[in-house]
Design a protein around this ligand. Structure first.
Ligand SMILES: [Zn+2]
Length: 299
């Protein structure tokens, strides 16, 4: 087998683009050249950034009274303007967690909520500096040219004001309610949102069809924890998966089958039991490949 150079970032990551599953989704026309927008079942828009390695997806969830924007993306393509072209409802931001690829345009919105967690609070109070973000906007991170007004050298994320969320909080959008579920593991501040009535689970970064990051241990990303990650997946597999039809995930491809949570749970259990095989990269990370996703851990 080829020697793995980087477990987290494959050298030819953009060869997977365009991803086939998008052909089945309803694309919404936009003059914005950075984002792709898809209308998903149950009044949800997926706002996808295929031009950057992160391939992050933010979700605009429309209710009768107001709309929730789950994450504000990379801060590269003006999501603030975009979401206001999709709804005239008042828009409140909820962050799935505080990693840079999910909070890029927080500072443009009047109301932001994030889980009460030391990492989340410190990050949003501080923002991200040019120095911290520089490695994430080198040319090899881009699959398409960023907008003209994007300048990599001055790319930063200002601090913002925010409210705090807690496990079990319910966000009331009028005709739909979103329940906050704390799912630490990838990061300590990760949450999911459960729309019980519409049988949808918004998974954030705790699950998506790609390499799941469980290896972080540095100030920029905070600390991942594999045992805690497994606990979160067990909780979701038992309490939520039987009650959902759709899983909307925050990277790569938005719509995924709920059973994948159970597969991810089994995968993490196998890793912790030393029963899964892996490749080790030059920096000492392990990549465990499974059907439909992978898991990155420290050696
Ligand atoms: Zn992310």
């Amino acid at each position: 087998m080829d020697k793995l150079k980087d477990a987290a970032i494959a050298e030819n990551w953009d060869s997977a683009l365009p991803r086939k599953s998008y052909e089945k989704l309803e694309r919404v026309e936009t003059s914005n050249e950075w984002f792709e927008i898809y209308k998903l079942p149950k009044d949800v828009f997926a706002i996808y950034e295929p031009g950057h390695f992160q391939e992050v997806i933010s979700f605009l969830i429309i209710g009768e009274k107001k709309a929730i924007l789950l994450d504000t993306g990379m801060g590269i393509g003006n999501i603030h303007k975009l979401v206001h072209s999709l709804t005239d409802k008042e828009i409140e931001v909820v962050n799935s967690h505080s990693h840079f690829d999910h909070i890029g345009e927080n500072y443009k919105f009047p109301k932001i909520s994030i889980l009460e967690d030391v990492n989340a609070v410190t990050t949003l109070e501080k923002g991200y500096t040019e120095e911290e973000l520089k490695p994430h906007v080198t040319s090899e991170m881009f699959a398409k040219t960023p907008p003209k007004d994007f300048i990599a050298e001055t790319y930063r994320m200002p601090s913002c004001e925010f409210d705090l969320l807690h496990e079990g909080d319910v966000l009331d959008l009028g005709n739909r309610k979103l329940k906050v579920i704390h799912t630490p593991g990838h990061s300590s501040d990760s949450i999911m949102l459960h729309d019980e009535e519409n049988r949808i689970l918004f998974t954030g970064d705790t699950f998506y069809p790609g390499a799941l990051y469980a290896h972080f241990d540095e100030p920029f990303y905070g600390k991942s924890n594999l045992e805690i990650y497994l606990n979160s997946l067990q909780k979701i597999a038992n309490d939520v998966v039987p009650h959902i039809d759709y899983m909307y995930c925050s990277h790569n491809e938005p719509v995924n089958e709920p059973r994948l949570i159970v597969e991810a749970m089994k995968a993490l259990q196998a890793i912790l039991d030393n029963k899964a095989s892996y490749q080790r990269d030059e920096s000492g990370l392990r990549r465990y490949d499974f059907d439909g996703f992978a898991v990155i851990t420290k050696d």
